[in-house]
Design a protein around this ligand. Structure first.
Ligand SMILES: Cc1cc2nc3c(=O)[nH]c(=O)nc-3n(C[C@H](O)[C@H](O)[C@H](O)COP(=O)(O)OP(=O)(O)OC[C@H]3O[C@@H](n4cnc5c(N)ncnc54)[C@H](O)[C@@H]3O)c2cc1C
Length: 420
C-alpha cells in the first residue's frame, strides 16, 4: 500500500475515533495538566481504569487494522512494513488517545515478537491475536533476586512431568504482573549444563494455581512492579518457547527488543515535557531564555535527544523488519536514560527549590516524579554499566570482559546457600 494512501486511511480512522490534541506541536505554558510521570503513581483503582482504557483503544485500533501494522496476516497483523508503522505512530501522536504503554512496552514490544519467533504455530494462534487486540497483557518473568545483569545465573527451576513442566522459584522486578494474563518465564531445566545452556523459556498463565504476585513500592510513589512467586506451577509442554535448554537464544530476542522499546520516548507526557518547545517555554517562563549558557545547554540536550531518537528508529526498523538487532538498540537505551536524567536535572536547576517543595506553581514541582524515576530508567532493560560494556565490546572492539565462565556446569558455580 502506498504511504500516501496509508497515511490518509490512518487520518480517516483517527478522525472518526479520537479528537486532535489541541496542544499538538505547540506549548502554552501553564495550560493543561503538568504531570510528568514515567511510571504510574496512581492508586490501584485509577490504574485499573487506565488499563481498561488502554485495552479498549488497542481493540479499536486492531479491529480497524492498525493494532499490529507489521504483523503477519495469519496471526491478525496487517503485513505492512516498518515505515507504515512509524507513520501510524507519528500521526497518532497528533491525537488524544489513551496511553497503551501497559500493553505495548513489554507485551507487544518484547514478548509478542518472541512468541512470533519461537512458539509453535497453535500457540501463536492462541496468543498473538489476543495480545495485539488488547485482551491479553504479557509480563516478563526474567530477573531474580540473584540474577539481574547476570541473568544466566537464574535459579527458578522447571522439571518435566509427563506433558507438563512444574515451575518453582522467585522472580522479581516484574513490571505490570498485577495486570498480566500471561508471563514469559526463563527457567533452569538442566543445572548440569553451563549456565547459558541449561535454560528453557515458557509462556506461563499468570492466573494458574501457584502464581503469587506481590507489589513492590517505588520511591516515585507507585507500585508498577512486583515480586512473583512460582510454586508448583504447571505449564503444558506446548507452551515452551524454542527447544529445551535453548532458552538463552529465545531470551536474546526479547532482550534486544526490550532495549529498542525502552530506548524510545513515544508520545506521552514525558516526550512532551522533554521536547524543545516545552523546554523553551520553561526557560521563557523562568526568565532565563536569553541566558547564553542556559541556551547552550538546551541546544546540547536537544541535539543529544535527536541523535538518540534517530539511533532508536534505526534499531526499531531493523527489528520490525525481522533483522538481527545490532548494538544500536543498547546504545540508544543507554543514551535515552542519560538524556532524560540530564533533562530532569536541567529542569531542576531552572526551577530551583520549587521543584522539591510544591508551591502549586505549574511546571515546577511536577518534574519531581520524572527526576525520581530516572535512576530506575538507568537500571531497567540492562543497566548503564552493562550497556557501556556492550558499546565497548561490540562498537569500539575492546577486549571482552574476563571472568565469565561459559564452560563449567551451572551446578558447580552456584552460590552457597542457594536453594536446590
Ligand atoms: C523499573 C524497573 C522495571 C523492571 N522490570 C522488569 C521486568 O518487567 N521483568 C524483569 O525480568 N526484570 C525487570 N527489571 C529488572 C532489571 O532487568 C534488573 O534490575 C537489571 O537487569 C539489573 O539487575 P539487578 O537489579 O539484579 O542489578 P545487578 O545485576 O545486581 O547490578 C548491580 C550493579 O552492578 C553493576 N554490574 C553488574 N554486572 C556488571 C558488569 N559485568 N560490569 C559492570 N557493572 C556491572 C550494575 O550495573 C549495577 O550498577 C526491572 C528493573 C527496573 C528498575
Amino acid at each position: 500500500m502506498s504511504m500516501e494512501k496509508f497515511a490518509a486511511s490512518v487520518r480517516e480512522f483517527l478522525d472518526g475515533h479520537a479528537s486532535r490534541r489541541e496542544d499538538a506541536g505547540t506549548v502554552e505554558w501553564g495550560v493543561g495538566p503538568d504531570r510528568i510521570a514515567y511510571f504510574s503513581a496512581d492508586p490501584p483503582e485509577v490504574d485499573a481504569a487506565k488499563v481498561a482504557q488502554a485495552r479498549a483503544w488497542q481493540a479499536t485500533r486492531y479491529e480497524a487494522g492498525f493494532g499490529w501494522v507489521t504483523g503477519p496476516a495469519e496471526y491478525g497483523g496487517r503485513g505492512l512494513d516498518t515505515l507504515h508503522d512509524l507513520v501510524y505512530d507519528g500521526i497518532e501522536a497528533e491525537y488524544d488517545v489513551p496511553d497503551t504503554g501497559v500493553l505495548a512496552v513489554i507485551g507487544l514490544g518484547m514478548i509478542g515478537p518472541t512468541i512470533l519467533a519461537h512458539a509453535q504455530d497453535h500457540i501463536k494462534d492462541r496468543y498473538l491475536p489476543s495480545m495485539y487486540r488488547g485482551d491479553t497483557i504479557a509480563c516478563q518473568l526474567f530477573s531474580e533476586p540473584a540474577a539481574g545483569s547476570d541473568l544466566a545465573s537464574l535459579e527458578t527451576k522447571a522439571v518435566k512431568d509427563g506433558d507438563e513442566w512444574v515451575l518453582d522459584g522467585q522472580k522479581v522486578w516484574t513490571s505490570i504482573a498485577q495486570h498480566a494474563e500471561i508471563g514469559m518465564a526463563l527457567c533452569r531445566t538442566d543445572p548440569d549444563l553451563p549456565k547459558h545452556k541449561g535454560i528453557t523459556a515458557f509462556v506461563v498463565d499468570m492466573k494458574a494455581p501457584g502464581v503469587e504476585v506481590r507489589p513492590l513500592r517505588q520511591m516515585s510513589g507507585g507500585a508498577d512492579f512486583n515480586e512473583v512467586f512460582l510454586t508448583g506451577v504447571r505449564v503444558p509442554d506446548d507452551h515452551r518457547l524454542g527447544e529445551v535448554n535453548n532458552g538463552w537464544r529465545v531470551a536474546l530476542t526479547t532482550l534486544m527488543n526490550e532495549r529498542a522499546t525502552v530506548g524510545g520516548e513515544g508520545a506521552g507526557p514525558v516526550a512532551r515535557a522533554t521536547s524543545l518547545p516545552f523546554l523553551t517555554a520553561m526557560l521563557e517562563a523562568n526568565g532565563v531564555l536569553d541566558d547564553r549558557a542556559t541556551r547552550r545547554r538546551l541546544a546540547e540536550l536537544y541535539a543529544d535527544q535527536a541523535a538518540t531518537g534517530y539511533l532508536n528508529h534505526q534499531a526499531i526498523r531493523r527489528m520490525r523488519a525481522g533483522q538481527e538487532p545490532g548494538p544500536e538498540a543498547s546504545v540508544s537505551k543507554l543514551l535515552f536514560a542519560q538524556n532524560l536524567t540530564r533533562t530532569a536535572h536541567f529542569a531542576g536547576e531552572v526551577s530551583g527549590p520549587r521543584m522539591i517543595a510544591d508551591t502549586g506553581e505549574w511546571g515546577t514541582w511536577s518534574w519531581t516524579e520524572l527526576l525520581l524515576s530516572t535512576p530506575a530508567l538507568r537500571i531497567l532493560g540492562g543497566t548503564e554499566e552493562i550497556m557501556k560494556n556492550i558499546l565497548a565490546e561490540r562498537v569500539l572492539g575492546l577486549p571482552k570482559e574476563p571472568g565469565i565462565d561459559t564452560k563449567s556446569p551451572f551446578r558447580e558455580m552456584r552460590r552457597s546457600g542457594s536453594s536446590s
